[in-house]
Ligand binder design. Structure first.
Ligand SMILES: NC(=O)C1=CN([C@@H]2O[C@H](COP(=O)(O)OP(=O)(O)OC[C@H]3O[C@@H](n4cnc5c(N)ncnc54)[C@H](OP(=O)(O)O)[C@@H]3O)[C@@H](O)[C@H]2O)C=CC1
Ligand SMILES: Nc1nc2c(ncn2[C@@H]2O[C@H](COP(=O)(O)O)[C@@H](O)[C@H]2O)c(=O)[nH]1
Length: 304
């Protein structure tokens, strides 16, 4: 790339297919995209537990997804186990993830029903009102620690879902035994996230975000129902309907956040003396921290 050029457009047969910046060229020497055997980006897609689950799962498999997720707020229930058995019985030849649960019993039942990846987290999400509305859920670190151990005994894996606000949260979930970490709201405040970029009264950029069990999401998902059924579902909404997720002026892109997370997690690995995820699970020492200890660990952007 010419040293004076900040962005180069990439065309294929006259069509714009992408762009390369100085930073993305640098990144391409550090990160490798997650590709499947045919060189396509790996994709996971979810089905719920209602309706014709088999047809939806088959359609997603035909579309080429690499992992199928059977997803509901309360994953340790009969409806989930039935849906999971149905999907597993289709023999689609792709791994099945299921959740969400927070106990080892939940892990065992979901693995027995056909999942090899268990999605863990009830109530840690930024858009989540479950804990305050219902008192149900479990602190995410304890949930991942217990479920990851149960999953390991069964040859399964755990994805830690929700509550990631800093790179440390990713490191903690991996240290607790997760093999992957899911991030929602933090990535919602980026240029690449869906939704219009908006500006608040102070001129700060943000995107609107909302929970997938919130009144807004329920209205969108079930708008076709008769008004009585819709009203019944809205009554039990469990999430924030409208939140502003601000863009970090220094890290407005999802790639900037990935740089930051990778930097933190890589450093965690070196502190633990781990060269791989397996070694990190093995070597991480779990201890307790008081609220005062946590406060002490925060950087001060201005002096005290
Ligand atoms: N990780 C978390 O803490 C949470 C995550 N979410 C996410 O929001 C999205 C929508 O979730 P969800 O509401 O499950 O989707 P759905 O509205 O599709 O609900 C799926 C099924 O689960 C039942 N269900 C939902 N919550 C409970 C519960 N607490 N106890 C018993 N049954 C329940 C529903 O019952 P009915 O038909 O009677 O409504 C429905 O049959 C998903 O992506 C989910 O992962 C939502 C809440 C919490
Ligand atoms: N209780 C609710 N949980 C929700 C809702 N929408 C999503 N979620 C869960 O949060 C994670 C993402 O967490 P984040 O902290 O990274 O934003 C997501 O995967 C779901 O499990 C909701 O409306 N209510």
């Amino acid at each position: 790339m010419d040293a004076d050029v900040d962005v180069a457009l990439v065309r294929h047969h006259g069509r714009l297919v992408g762009s390369v910046t100085r930073r993305s060229a640098l990144r391409s020497t550090i990160y490798a995209p997650a590709l499947d055997a045919s060189g396509r980006l790996r994709v996971a897609a979810a089905v719920g537990i209602n309706g014709d689950v088999a047809a939806k799962a088959r359609a997603l498999a035909d579309a080429g997804v690499d992992v199928l997720v059977v997803d509901t707020a309360h994953g340790h229930q009969e409806g989930m186990l039935a849906a999971l058995r149905t999907v597993a019985g289709l023999g689609l030849g792709i791994p099945i993830a299921a959740g969400n649960v927070v106990t080892s019993d939940g892990v065992r039942d979901l693995v027995e029903a056909g999942a090899s990846i268990i999605k863990v987290g009830v109530g840690p999400g930024a858009m989540c009102t479950t804990r305050m509305m219902t008192a149900v859920g479990r602190p995410q670190f304890s949930a991942v620690l217990e479920t990851a151990e149960a999953a390991r005994e069964l040859g399964a894996h755990v994805w830690a879902d929700g509550g990631v606000r800093y790179p440390r949260d990713v490191a903690l979930a991996l240290a607790a035994g997760a093999s992957a970490v899911m991030i929602g709201s933090w990535f919602a405040g980026t240029i690449e996230a869906p939704g219009m970029l908006q500006t608040d009264a102070a001129g700060r950029l943000f995107k609107e975000s909302w929970g997938m069990a919130s009144t807004k999401a329920v209205q969108e998902r079930f708008g076709r129902l008769d008004p009585y059924e819709l009203a019944r579902k809205e009554l039990f909404a469990e999430g924030i309907s409208s939140s502003k997720i601000y863009l970090d002026p220094n890290r407005p892109s999802v790639e900037d956040l990935l740089d930051m997370i990778t930097s933190g997690v890589r450093s965690s690995f070196t502190y633990a003396g781990a060269a791989s995820l397996a070694e990190f699970h093995e070597r991480a020492v779990v201890g307790f921290q008081s609220a005062a200890g946590y406060e002490e660990g925060k950087a001060l952007p201005v002096s005290w």
